[in-house]
Ligand binder design. Structure first.
Ligand SMILES: [Zn+2]
Length: 202
């Protein structure tokens, strides 16, 4: 009898500790939606230039009033896509001249691919903007300041130009990066090889 009681107690303890471990992870997932596209750091490095990688994957900031900004200022009507995964982020309709030295928009595009989350780094309280699809760092969004007060939304999306891929009106949208990562592709190739089937590369 004693043994059964001891076993039951041990089981109860195991289930209690298992629950305790599960809770924080579940809460964390709920707080921050996970990006659909997940590539390894190596895979991102292969796809992006050094500057694109530094800004989008390590939350870097490009130099203000640089060449990318000058090009942005000259661009006409069109759509801005995520340089990492091809998701639509902004359009020229929401673009405005803020004078801050970085591409500025007063709203995200109707595609709703821009995610906002609190950022307390560098001793500042800011709101970071990211690509909802791949988690690329885009920049920050500001409100309650003189520059954004003049916009229709009272907001200023201050975005790194290297995080964006511009397509003029009437142009072809970039191909969306597929959800499957290179690890999945490699596995597919291995399976196909075992089965003696040739994998056709796009
Ligand atoms: Zn993206």
């Amino acid at each position: 009898m004693k043994t059964i009681f001891a076993t039951l107690c041990a089981l109860a303890l195991v289930s209690v500790s298992a629950c305790a471990e599960d809770k924080p992870a579940a809460a964390k997932e709920k707080a921050m939606p996970q990006p659909e596209i997940k590539l390894t750091e190596e895979d991102w490095k292969k796809r992006l230039t050094d500057e694109q990688y530094r800004v989008t994957r390590t939350a870097g900031t490009e130099r203000p009033f640089g060449q990318v900004y000058e090009e942005f200022e000259k661009q006409g009507e069109g759509t801005y896509y995520c340089v990492c995964c091809g998701a639509e982020l902004f359009t020229s309709k929401e673009k405005f001249h803020s004078g801050c030295g970085w591409p500025s928009f007063y709203d995200a595009s109707t595609a709703k691919n821009v995610l906002e989350r609190p950022d307390n780094s560098h001793g500042m309280i800011r709101v970071e903007t990211l690509c909802r699809r791949c988690g690329a760092h885009l920049g920050h969004v500001f409100e309650r300041e003189s520059v954004s007060a003049a916009t229709p939304t009272k907001r200023r999306f201050c975005i790194n130009g290297v995080a964006l891929s511009f397509v003029p009106k009437g142009g072809q949208a970039p191909k969306l990066l597929e959800v499957a990562s290179s690890a999945v592709e490699k596995k597919k190739e291995e399976v196909a090889k075992e089965a003696g089937v040739e994998v056709r590369k796009p």
